[in-house]
Write a protein that binds this ligand. Structure first.
Ligand SMILES: C[S@@+](CC[C@H](N)C(=O)[O-])C[C@H]1O[C@@H](n2cnc3c(N)ncnc32)[C@H](O)[C@@H]1O
Length: 260
């Protein structure tokens, strides 16, 4: 953690509430998603894949499309390092899975495939949902493709290219978007641009999940603007990531939650 992240974390701990008050929808999400502990079999499948990738010292050439990395300084990465520093954690992934299992979004977009672990948590709860995942680095995308094959996940469409080029294409071909996982290119302007591209097609009660919302001042600024946007009804700040529910008629609520 750098100084900005340490200060942001202290502020987060001070303002933390265990659960939002007086809102049945939010309480339901707490009980049935955030605090649920049912051990789905899929978790075992993804854990095995994660363990296998963590043991791999194979190196691949990566192309950095995002806001840069605070951990790496050259462009060769071992697979195990990508898992440690780029992939969604087990806890965050399982929360994604539970959200999809409970809210049943149909059209899901992931910005940033990396090795595909997050994609699998989004795709595996419901084979009838469709996940579109975008990755700029072709070498990383190749490894993700193998992972989707080994997990027998058939409801994933991979797009290789920049978010800027690929996201509008997906948005144009869909009637509506139910869930977007913004998990790459963590800077203020890029995050606001991708949010605004997704907004016109966002479904009633669409879920936007933004990773690394306190990674930098720019990301905190983007998150602060998104949660007060007129389309956002409810937002949850988990520090490492935030969840915003859009286009819902429920009362506006912002909750800072202590979860992990
Ligand atoms: C944090 S990782 C994604 C982790 C993945 N969602 C998971 O849950 O395991 C971000 C990925 O986004 C890709 N990326 C970042 N910015 C991008 C951009 N502007 N266009 C395309 N890909 C980008 C990076 O190459 C990286 O693999």
């Amino acid at each position: 953690m750098n100084w900005y992240q340490i200060k942001a974390y202290i502020k987060y701990r001070i303002t933390t509430k265990y659960r939002p008050l007086n809102l049945p929808f939010a309480s339901d999400l707490f009980d049935k998603v955030f605090c649920e502990t049912y051990p789905y079999y899929t978790f075992v499948v993804i854990d095995k894949l994660r363990d296998r990738l963590l043991k791999s010292n194979d190196k691949i050439e990566v192309t950095d499309f995002g806001a840069g990395s605070k951990v790496f300084s050259n462009n060769k990465r071992s697979i195990c390092h990508l898992v440690k520093y780029n992939a969604s954690s087990k806890e965050q992934g399982e929360l994604l899975f539970r959200l999809v299992a409970y809210l049943k979004p149909q059209n899901i977009i992931e910005l940033g495939t990396s090795l595909g672990l997050g994609t699998l948590y989004l795709a595996m709860p419901n084979s009838r949902a469709h996940v579109f995942t975008i990755e700029g680095c072709p070498e990383i995308a190749k490894v993700a493709e193998q992972n989707f094959i080994s997990a027998h996940a058939k409801n994933i469409t991979q797009l290789i290219g920049s978010f800027k080029r690929e996201l509008p294409k997906i948005i144009n071909r869909l009637d509506k978007v139910d869930l977007v996982y913004f998990d790459g290119h963590h800077d203020y302007q890029a995050t606001m641009d991708y949010f605004n591209i997704c907004l016109p097609k966002s479904a009633v009660s669409a879920i936007f999940i933004l990773d690394d919302i306190h990674w930098s001042q720019g990301m905190t600024k983007a998150w602060s603007q998104i949660i007060v946007h007129s389309a956002v009804s409810v937002s949850f700040d988990f520090f490492d990531f935030g969840i915003a529910i859009l286009n819902s008629d429920i009362e506006k609520l912002q909750a800072v939650v202590k979860w992990m």
